[in-house]
Write a protein that binds this ligand. Structure first.
Ligand SMILES: [Zn+2]
Length: 635
């Protein structure tokens, strides 16, 4: 491959002596007074592009006349639109296609004519708009676009890969290794910057060699060659943006706060010496910045530019359905719902963390979906504090994944003395009016399959809510942090109530969590119309001793009123009585058992066959492929 000689302005050696005051904010003004998000200023600072909170309307405000017009209002065009250096607006829309897959198309809007034109037809997977000083690149997985041959260098990310391109070829590195994903890549001078989820903000050279590692940052943007502006990423688990602020950092890690935490500033963008951002309530503000620019020296960086390979576009028109999973919380901290309890069977105080059961369900679901031919992204691979990503970052990872569906996995708590148990689905929007098409269908499929689980005790039918309706006190159209700014069809599942003690004990059983993951997979198959993904089914149930009351105090419902039978062996037999496989109930007062990978057909489930004091108990079951069969024993 022909090597191009790049001449780039670079930092002179020894120019890293930053002043105590990195940047001076000389004035701020309000550009839009409310309900405007992801602002973008054009090159000369005369026009402002922004979205509403639903991403459903992309608006353009002329800052000289105050006039506002709609750029696009179909297919969720908001959040990631960009100005090109030519003043045109580049944006991506999405629509549901065959089998509820999400297809994304790219468009350009010319403010001079008021006309939009499609640049890339709808394609499956991620589509990203990247603006450089010379043009705009649109990177899709099946087709891409560059506005000019001489676009310069630009960076973008997919999963845990960092791409550097000159518009013709691409070099791929993975400077931070594997994680839940890389975000917000950009190039300034001879430096690439990106955030690696759970690991921090990385700055590398053009070869992908790490030069600086900074604390995690959301939406980082270059101010100049050695200064980055970003929003704080420290409100772990927080549902609101309260206390977030913008700051400037040098590559050496010297930090200066730029906005008051009382403003709750988010979503920074820099154009020249102007900083625009969103303050509380969706107010867009502009600040003018002054700083003494670092000395620059002209250096030939030919040797630093990597060898570009030909870009590989995915030629398959019909690739795998993609799901992005977020097992809620992370680690064993105070916000991971620690609720220890005394286990009568073991005679020990037993720990419970919601982060553990969410993680077991999520990881099971990932493995099951992959075995069914899905592509799966997940927001954490372990259960550590640093895996508990900022909710804004999880939304960004979800959007960025190019997936067809998002699922956040949690369990619930009443927070009051009275205990309940039922599955709850929350999608973004009002009741019956999801912001993202498909979200209510996903909710219905998931609730039906969770509610069908007879190894637990439900006190009420499942419920589906829009998060704006469910949390009226959080602010108008605020809703759940993980769904805010999340453009994927999807929802948050509160699978059951972990503060109902009998359920909390079950959630400490790995196979019970696996069963929830399996039931999610059945619902996801149904939503995507892919019912034949697995040739086998599962049989699950509980074994209950109706002669002994449960030793646990407090609220109990249904079969939870009696003692579960611990360490009981069950056999799955064919109809001739041949024993095929055995299972055992746990020793944690759950009486739960599970047979996986059962071929379709009629079987006998034999319980307690090894006990002398009473005869074995037998139930006949019919197992269907890709389905759950329930068989409880109470005697
Ligand atoms: Zn939770």
């Amino acid at each position: 491959m022909k090597k191009t000689l790049f001449v780039i302005l670079a930092l002179a050696a020894g120019a890293m002596t930053a002043a105590a005051q990195l940047v001076t904010v000389t004035g701020t003004r309000v550009l839009v007074d409310s309900c405007a998000y992801f602002p973008q200023l054009n090159a000369d600072g005369t026009q402002l592009l922004y979205s509403n909170t639903e991403a459903s309307v992309l608006s353009l405000k002329d800052l000289t006349t105050g006039q506002v017009r709609t750029v696009a209002d179909q297919g969720l065009p908001g959040f990631d639109a960009r100005f090109g250096p030519d003043g045109k607006i580049y944006y991506v829309t999405q629509q549901l296609g065959k089998g509820n897959r999400v297809y994304r198309a790219a468009h350009v809007y010319d403010p001079a004519t008021g006309q939009s034109r499609q640049l890339l037809k709808p394609q499956h997977g991620a589509v990203q708009v990247i603006a450089t000083a010379k043009g705009v690149a649109i990177e899709g997985e099946h087709a891409s676009y560059v506005s000019t041959d001489d676009i310069g260098l630009y960076a973008y990310t997919r999963g845990s890969k960092l791409y550097l391109s000159d518009g013709k070829g691409v070099s791929v590195t993975s400077p931070a290794g594997e994680c839940a994903g890389y975000l917000w890549a950009s190039v300034s001078n001879a430096r690439m910057m990106f955030e690696a989820a759970g690991k921090g903000l990385y700055v590398c050279d053009l070869q992908g060699e790490v030069k600086h590692r900074l604390p995690s940052a959301s939406m980082p943007v270059w101010l100049d060659y050695d200064r980055i502006i970003a929003m704080t990423n420290t409100n772990f688990g927080a549902q609101k943006d309260k206390g977030t602020y913008l700051y400037v950092t040098t590559l050496g890690g010297e930090v200066q706060r730029l906005t008051d935490p009382e403003e709750h500033a988010v979503q920074p963008m820099v154009a020249g010496n102007k900083l625009v951002y969103v303050a509380d309530g969706g107010m867009v503000k502009e600040a003018t910045l002054q700083w003494s620019k670092t000395d620059l020296t002209l250096i030939s960086y030919a040797a630093l530019v990597p060898k570009f390979e030909k870009k590989q576009l995915d030629q398959k028109a019909d690739d795998a359905v993609r799901v992005f999973i977020n097992p809620g919380h992370g680690g064993h901290d105070s916000n991971d719902r620690p609720t220890p309890y005394y286990c009568h069977a073991t005679g020990e105080e037993t720990a419970y963390y919601e982060s553990d059961s969410n993680f077991k369900k999520g990881l099971s679901l990932k493995r099951i979906l992959e075995s069914k031919g899905y592509e799966v992204g997940i927001s954490r691979y372990e259960n550590k504090t640093e895996d508990d990503l900022d909710l804004f970052e999880i939304s960004a990872l979800s959007n960025h994944s190019g997936a067809d569906m998002f699922l956040a996995i949690h369990s619930n708590a009443t927070g009051i003395e009275r205990k309940l148990n039922f599955p709850l689905a929350l999608h973004r929007g009002w009741n019956g009016q999801p912001c993202v098409e498909g979200s209510d269908s996903i909710a219905r499929c998931i609730m039906r399959h969770l509610e069908g689980n007879h190894t637990t005790v439900w006190t009420h039918p499942s419920r589906i809510y829009g998060d704006w309706t469910f949390y009226p006190n959080w602010g108008y159209k605020t809703g759940l942090g993980v769904l805010r700014y999340n453009k994927l069809p999807g929802m948050l599942s509160e699978g059951s109530f972990h503060d109902y003690l009998a359920e909390r004990r079950r959630l400490n059983n790995d196979e019970f969590c696996w069963l929830e993951g399996w039931n999610f997979s059945l619902a996801i198959d149904e939503y995507f119309g892919r019912k034949g993904t697995c040739a086998t089914g599962v049989v699950a149930g509980r074994v209950i001793d109706l002669s002994t009351d449960s030793p646990y105090e407090g609220y109990k419902f249904g079969l939870d009123n009696w003692q579960a039978r611990n360490d009981v062996t069950l056999y799955l037999e064919d109809m001739t009585g041949e024993r095929l496989v055995s299972a055992r109930t746990d020793g944690m007062d759950n009486g739960f058992y599970l047979f996986r990978d059962v071929k379709p057909g009629r079987y006998r489930v034999v319980c307690d066959a090894d006990q002398d004091d009473h005869p074995e108990v037998v139930r006949e079951v019919y197992v269907r492929p890709n389905a759950s069969t329930y068989c409880n024993f109470s005697y």
